[in-house]
Write a protein that binds this ligand. Structure first.
Ligand code: AR6
Length: 172
């Protein structure tokens, strides 16, 4: 299991995180959008969109990596989370797949520090507590010990409170 002391929960803006890679909550086009995706593209500058255009999109539950350009982060891992349709359309497994794929890319590229937003919990309407348990369980089970830091960046304090509560116990 990934050591809990290497997991951080902070309130803030993911575009300000100086880590090896920040994770984006993108859509299948990988061509930008609102929310955290829009913020990342604005902060990284137009070269990010140019690199994304060459990726030809990404299926839901998977991810692709680019450089970070004007961001303090070296790379961006663009994950495509599921749209919430009530929970009977494989949403849990697709969301877990995003975290698993991002962790696997990080390991493959020798990255030491990663920052995740609360994927799918904004416009895509995935229930926050359920999504947080999936983030917790996938990172604890699958983050490689070569990673020094997994930071969860919550955009507001109430999201951070949910994260702290869910991460406080293994099985809750
Ligand atoms: N830093 C950290 N978290 C943020 C930031 C930020 N700068 N901005 C927003 N959040 P969302 P989704 C939080 O809607 O649900 C886009 O249009 C936000 O408060 O960004 O996966 C894409 O192009 C929420 O907790 O992503 C897709 O079309 C979380 O990030 C679609 O939205 C995710 O909210 C993806 O929807």
């Amino acid at each position: 299991m990934f050591p809990p002391e290497r997991i951080e929960i902070v309130t803030g803006d993911i575009t300000r995180q100086a880590v090896d890679a920040i994770v984006n909550a993108a859509n299948e086009s990988l061509l930008g959008g609102g929310g955290v995706d829009g913020a990342i593209h604005r902060a990284a500058g137009p070269e990010l969109l140019a690199e994304c255009r060459a990726l030809n999109g990404c299926p839901t539950g998977e991810c692709k990596m680019t450089r970070g350009y004007q961001l303090p982060a070296k790379h961006v891992i663009h994950c495509v989370g599921p749209v919430w349709h009530g929970g009977e359309r494989g949403e849990d497994e697709l969301l877990a797949g995003c975290y698993r794929a991002a962790l696997s890319l990080a390991k493959a590229h020798g990255l030491k520090s990663l920052a995740f937003p609360a994927i799918s919990t904004g416009v895509y309407a995935f229930p926050l507590e359920r999504a947080t348990r999936i983030a917790r369980d996938t990172v604890r089970a699958e983050a490689d010990e070569s990673l020094d830091l997994v930071r969860f960046v919550c955009f507001d304090e109430s999201t951070a409170e949910t994260y702290r509560r869910v991460f406080a116990t293994l099985t809750a």
